[in-house]
Design a protein around this ligand. Structure first.
Ligand SMILES: Nc1ncnc2c1ncn2[C@@H]1O[C@H](COP(=O)(O)OP(=O)(O)OP(=O)(O)O)[C@@H](O)[C@H]1O
Length: 369
């Protein structure tokens, strides 16, 4: 791979860039002086997912459903307990050592909290240039020029080169994390709750930057979030997780206009909407809480909380069934409820600026942060 060049991600073949099949991530529960295993946390419990070139694929679900564990497993930070993850058709387990190293440049991540993801002892220039020093043969002069260009791309400009993370606001720090993540021209960028640690006023600016950077750098995104307003305006596709499993997959439009799984319907009904016709009658409140992943229910994992479950649901965990463009794990797919409009949430990541004014706009936004 040459310096700063982009690996081919062919969007014309229809092949997934990243694919997971029956991926599990189980953790042993050990107790006592002898640390005997007394149970297993099924954090991720048989996930199938396909990420296509150009997607912004959101993985959503309540706290503890396994989103971060899935992301870390897909990223290769943790070996899955079981199952296969493939990149451009090749299972991770079949990659040679040098191919695995090359893949580290191809797949990057932006974490939730920029303050803890940036080394406070290093300048912004050092932080952004580190991957370039580690993974390319470029000269110091070339790398410096690249860092200045990256600072410009994320709206910060060269005067931030010698500053330290603590001198920057949260939004500006996240811009640095994004610059570092795109420095090697990756193909796939993982976003782990990229805006949830930021002030609301800054969140939409960072999402807009990510949206623009995606086009400029020809990126594919996989984003983990619990914020459905962000998903609605930012993602192209959504996978809904419940207790270690994906229970519904669809395009964002299809998922929000006509959610199929009773859990998805409840999640979406809970999105706050500035709609005068919205009434509490539209809200679906689920009984109980998410069970422990160390002791999941039999059959359909959702059945103890499901408003339409029958005895049958306690027996078998259903496979995915294709239903009007959605893939749904449910044996009794309900008719879509009238959930009211979910239009008009706060985030607009559609990138309204003209390209010519882009750099100036980004700088002004970064300065205000
Ligand atoms: N290393 C680990 N050892 C044991 N259990 C773990 C480990 N990592 C995660 N878990 C458990 O796995 C389950 C899923 O955790 P995970 O952090 O992936 O959920 P999440 O959906 O990302 O939640 P949140 O939105 O709160 O971050 C939780 O019950 C968590 O306690």
């Amino acid at each position: 791979m040459s310096d700063f060049t982009h690996a081919d991600a062919d969007s014309t073949t229809g092949e997934p860039l990243l694919q997971a099949r029956d991926v599990k991530q189980h953790y042993p529960i050990k107790e006592g002086i002898l640390r005997r295993q007394t149970g297993t946390v099924r954090a991720v419990d048989g996930v199938d997912i396909d990420i296509y070139p150009g997607d912004t694929h959101a993985i959503v679900g309540e706290s503890g459903c396994g989103k971060s564990t899935l992301l870390e497993t897909l990223l290769g930070l943790e070996e899955p307990t079981d199952g296969t993850i493939s990149y451009e058709g090749t299972p991770f387990s079949d990659l040679s050592g040098s191919e695995k190293r090359a893949l580290k440049s191809e797949i990057q991540i932006v974490f939730q909290n920029p303050e803890s993801s940036l080394d406070p002892r290093n300048t912004i220039g050092q932080i952004i240039s580190e991957p370039l020093h580690l993974h390319t043969d470029a000269s110091t002069r070339e790398i410096d020029a690249r860092v200045v260009s990256l600072l410009d791309d994320v709206g910060l400009g060269p005067r931030y080169y010698g500053r330290y993370p603590h001198e920057l606001s949260g939004g500006q720090q996240q811009r640095v994390a994004i610059a570092r993540a795109i420095s090697l021209n990756p193909t796939l960028l993982f976003l782990d709750e990229p805006t949830s640690a930021l002030d609301v006023s800054v969140q939409s600016k960072i999402l807009r930057l990510l949206d623009e950077i995606k086009d400029e750098y020809d990126l594919t995104y996989v984003m983990v979030t619990h914020d459905l307003s962000v998903v609605r305006h930012f993602a192209t596709d959504v996978s809904v997780m419940y207790l270690g499993n994906i229970i519904e997959k669809a395009t964002t439009d299809a998922l929000f206009t006509d959610p199929k799984h009773p859990y998805t319907q409840a999640l979406i009904s809970a999105v706050p909407v500035p709609n005068p016709h919205h009434t509490a009658e539209n809200d679906i409140t689920l009984p109980g809480t998410v069970p422990e992943p160390s002791d999941p229910p039999s059959g359909c994992r959702f059945h103890p909380r499901c408003p339409i479950a029958t005895d049958e649901c306690a027996e078998d965990f259903p496979d995915f069934e294709s239903h009007e463009g959605h893939d749904v794990r449910c044996i009794r797919i309900p008719e879509a409820e009238d959930l009211g409009s979910t239009e008009g949430s706060a985030v607009n990541a559609s990138g309204e600026n003209s390209r010519s004014g882009l750099s100036a706009t980004r700088r002004e936004e970064a300065r205000q942060e």
